[in-house]
Design a protein around this ligand. Structure first.
Ligand SMILES: Cc1ncc(COP(=O)(O)O)c(C=O)c1O
Length: 482
């Protein structure tokens, strides 16, 4: 008697029977060579129609689990290895197939270490206004232009759309990126030095794999971006934190040895400091002295609301600095395209290693993005967004000034977040928990320090995705005002 439950809602009976029999064959409850009941008997036993059993048998015969011997019946195929008699209970052949013993690589173990950005504290089911960095509003992204460009590209498909392509990305997109970063950021770039990647994270991962061995030292700002830290740590690199003050990384504290230095000179993450030119030159002098590469993360440089921006560090030493850009802030993070500009010496190596990792960036997005850049939509979008974000930022700062006058912040006049230093004596986690109770998600900044326990109580407030009214209301609630 075969007991197979056939009560999965929405799954046809013959499919359930097929799965039940297959599972029993794989886990050894039906042994190789064993004869199955006739279709009529099985249909009676299970109270199903004979056609249901016939269909299930057909599928198992087609896949080679069963053999039909004319005149004598249907058998479990004898070419399956016999069930092991000493298999422990519960360890069926099926489960063994699904879950081999988990033994992680050394790289994976290192990649799993360390913090991920904290999520909002529990709100007890109440709606929360999240003052979270990294969220962007859906409008006014140029969706209409995007749709038109996508239609055009799909109406006359370029063969490169459906074939393997260049690991560094489409030439015309690399050219458009090189033109843009040369013009807007003073980066010295030609198309053959540009590689289109899967966001900044793609750059951080690739550069770590190419340049870092376990034990190598990476000098990085402390506090710094967790995505970068995790990528370096996964390579087994030792992280040498360099203190940051109101002018960014202090070059006098750079370590005596390092293979790579990672920094965000245009808008230090998370403090917002802009690295002055004297410090930039000192960092480059240090790098030349110790023989280190410099990885410049220019993640949100598109958004400066006043004053003249400093050009990228890369422009001062293009043979030493790897420049990393992203469309995650200028367009949206789910877009997952970014780029690097590599010193010539690294170009060929990065290209070949990129092939091993994920072969190339997706072609359709690249084609549409090329058109977006070439037709001027991208820079028009940036001009519009600068006004939108400047207004939101002003609303946040005005609300903080009015409702939380003891909080201090650094107005870098740039980026999409504000770094706040809480008054002395404040406990960061208590401020976050109190805000959650009034429906506001705040994010502590101590997580970005290498030693969070020694970090000053501080917050990173993201405002880009919120309307000005919601920003003001959230600050009022945090301040305990109605
Ligand atoms: C310092 C820094 N770099 C890069 C990024 C963006 O990374 P990605 O391009 O992988 O989305 C962020 C996002 O917040 C960031 O803070």
């Amino acid at each position: 008697m075969l007991l197979i439950s056939l009560d999965a809602p929405g799954v046809p009976l013959h499919r359930q029977l097929y799965q039940g029999l297959r599972e029993r064959i794989l886990d050894g409850r039906l042994r190789p060579g064993e004869r199955l009941p006739s279709t009529r008997t099985l249909a009676n036993q299970l109270s199903v129609g004979r056609n249901t059993v016939l269909e299930a048998f057909e599928m198992l015969l087609a896949e080679g689990y069963l053999d039909a011997r004319t005149g004598s019946g249907t058998y479990v195929t004898s070419s399956l290895p016999d069930a092991e008699p000493d298999r422990p209970p519960g360890a069926s052949r099926l489960t063994e197939r699904l879950a081999p013993p988990l033994r992680l690589s050394a790289w994976a173990k290192r990649a799993l270490e360390g913090p991920l950005p904290e999520s909002a504290p529990p709100s007890g089911g109440r709606p929360m206004t999240l003052l979270r960095n990294g969220l962007l509003p859906p409008a006014p992204f140029p969706w209409a232009a995007w749709e038109r460009l996508a239609r055009q590209r799909l109406a006359h498909p370029d063969p490169r759309l459906y074939q393997y392509g260049e690991p560094t990305g489409l030439l015309e997109l690399r050219q458009a990126i090189a033109d843009y970063v040369s013009r807007a950021r003073g980066v010295r770039a030609e198309a053959d030095q540009v590689m289109v990647t899967s966001g900044s994270q793609g750059v951080l991962d690739l550069v770590s794999r190419v340049l870092l061995d376990p034990g190598d030292i990476v000098a990085l700002e402390d506090p710094s971006y967790l995505g970068a830290r995790r990528a370096f740590a996964a390579s087994g690199a030792r992280l040498a934190g360099v203190a940051v003050d109101e002018h960014g990384l202090d070059p006098d504290r750079l370590p005596p040895r390092a293979r790579l230095a990672y920094l965000t000179p245009s808008h230090q993450f998370p403090t917002g400091a802009v690295l002055p030119v004297g410090r930039r030159l000192a960092v480059l002098d240090w790098a030349a002295r110790v023989g280190a590469w410099v990885l410049e993360d220019d993640y949100d440089s598109e958004f400066r609301y006043g004053g003249r921006p400093l050009a990228a560090l890369q422009g001062l030493a293009p043979e030493r600095v790897i420049y990393c850009g992203t469309f995650s802030k200028a367009l949206y993070p789910g877009f997952r395209l970014g780029f690097l500009v590599a010193p010539r010496e690294l170009v060929a190596t990065l290209r070949e290693v990129r092939y091993v990792i994920d072969r190339q960036p997706p072609s359709l997005e690249q084609l549409i993005l090329t058109d977006l850049l070439r037709e001027g939509h991208f820079e028009r979008h940036l001009r519009r967004m600068r006004l939108v974000y400047a207004e939101k930022r002003a609303a946040l700062l005005a609300a903080l000034r009015q409702d939380l006058p003891t909080w201090r912040w650094r107005d870098s006049g740039a980026g999409l977040h504000v770094y706040v230093c809480l008054p002395e004596g404040c406990v960061e986690s208590a401020v976050v928990a109190r805000a959650a109770r009034v429906g506001v998600g705040l994010y502590g900044a101590s997580q970005y320090y290498l030693e969070p326990r020694c970090a000053p109580p501080s917050l990173v407030l993201g405002y880009a995705h919120l309307e000005t009214g919601a920003i003001r209301a959230a600050v009022r609630r945090v301040a305990g005002r109605p």
